[in-house]
Design a protein around this ligand. Sequence first.
Ligand SMILES: [Zn+2]
Ligand SMILES: [Zn+2]
Length: 351
Amino acid sequence: MRAARLHGPRDLRVDDVPAPSAGPGEVLLRPLFTGLCGSDLHMWHGGTGMSAGPLTLGHEFSAEVVEVGPDVDDPRVAAGQLRPGALVSVEPMWTCGHCGPCRAGSYNLCRNMVWHGLSDRAGALAELTVVRPGMVHVLPEGLDAVQGALIEPLAVAHHAVGRCGDIAGGSALVLGAGPVGLAAALDLVARGVERLVVTEPSKVRRDAVSTVLAAVGAGTASVVDPTETDPAELARELTKGEGVDCVVDAAGVEPAFQSGLSALRPGGTIVTVATYLKPVSLHPLLTMLSEIDVRASLGYRGDFPPVVDLMAAGAFPIDGWVRQVPLADVAEAFELLDAGADIKLLVDAGA
Ligand SMILES: [Zn+2]
Ligand SMILES: [Zn+2]
């Protein structure tokens, strides 16, 4: 079968590899659409984790169940839900189940985590892939494979917004409108945020987030270029000088982080969900005097089911920010992603 494997830095090739099969306690899937993200790009640049040989990438995906292997202990099999032909979205985490965080239910913090198609395990940029049944979420009628491939990045945003606490009727600032920032803005709207500011230097991304916000009836949200408008000043203006309740940092650069801190009301929360490549400066006196909560958000836990429900309810329109490319062109797709020309690229494994 065909599989897009990373051989080293910037060296992704569509190889012919042996097809996997479902072992005991496993499910064999045919990936349909697979999203590419900043984490894939990070791998692609660094070629890290390649000691075990070329790695098939792909962790954000929808798939069709091909085969449920032997000894799968899952009530959805008997109920006829987890069966060949079922359309699914995959939570791409191989967790150990026995470390401290796993025992406490915080499986996204598993100390022995393997990210499917990212840190190990042949991923979804292939014609077949193997996962555990617990990673599989069967999609309801009405959702399609393109929507299914977006559940993962939406879940990242949903988890981050959840770290804001109850935001209904409140105010928020989202820093950065890449896929996660755009998703966070939609998620905040779905949770009933009343005043919303989104900052993004790229015009293409500002236009995209404005379009989806208008589509969900949040056209009055402010979408601004942080190099022209001071986000903190605007946030205070919109909140009678108070500052916003929560900042979701999906930008990952120092100026954004600093403007986020100064946009907060006393007692507010900033959630970092961006992957920072450099440290930032933080004066603890500043956060202490206003009792600012600086929180982080990693992946998701328990976020797939609510995101699937929100998607089915129309909270996440996909027009204007998602583009499809065939698996045969995946190497070129990484170049495009690196150039920042697209917001979300989905690889069609069947093309
Ligand atoms: Zn990702
Ligand atoms: Zn664990």
